[in-house]
Design a protein. Sequence first.
Length: 308
Amino acid sequence: MNFVPGDNLQAGRITDLTLHHRLRDQDKLVDVMVKGTEADRTSVSAIGNLELRTSDGKYVPLRQVATVAYGMEDPIIWRQQGKPMIIVQADVQKGALAATVAGQVNEQLNTLRAELPMGYSIIAGGITEEAEKGNSSIFAVIPVMLFVIAVLLMLQLQNFSRMALGLLMAPFGLIGVVGAMLPTGTPMGFVAQLGVIALSGMIIRNAVILIQEIDQDVALGQSPKEAITTASVHRARPIVLTACAAILGMIPIASQIFWGPMAFAIIGGLAVATVLTLTLLPAAMSMLLAAERRRPAPENTLQPSVQL
């Protein structure tokens, strides 16, 4: 059997082995494989000579409808939201926080972003993208969380002013959070935000304990000043001991890269908030009780009944 390699060759037959025929050898079928010559397989012009069949049955060379040339391209085109993209990855040195490094690199890329042509963009992904997703999930439930906390405080204290006072003590913990994280260069990431949320619960709990005991002492007949002093002295030891226990529990994980931000947030915030709970909160309760005592009592509009 004679076969001319130039007859009706397709692209696959030039670049690779192609099954052309089978010959019978007694009880076996032997595959006859054909392949283009070395010149055909390494020449761009040979690909341009490939014939394409038109709708009317005629053949035209490929070079008449396309431009064939050598080039380099990615074997896989990655896409995000339907747009092609190129991923640039890197690792950080030991001891460095990925979120901090990513933020610094992202700021330095602003100059390059301004020079990009239309249709091109640089987006920070990886840990930065995941942190944004985590922050979005937290912010989405904060209104519900605040509503539930307010309802629970109202059920416990049964007074709007006491409830507001307990909630207003939580933001004072941010003073300690900033004081602990700023000197150490700890970023306020997703884990640190979880620590701030947990810190708020601890501060409100201590405030509720102190407010409730002051109200109980006043109900027992003590003067506001005496009730505030007695409750502050009586609750100082439990509040300080529980705060110290929480702070000491955070120290072992403060040096870790992942859990370190949460530990610094709780350590600094709880230390400052404990001092303010035992000093600022009694002063606020003194002003609140004094305002309530100055408030005129509601007049009794019912006329007394006279029996003859």
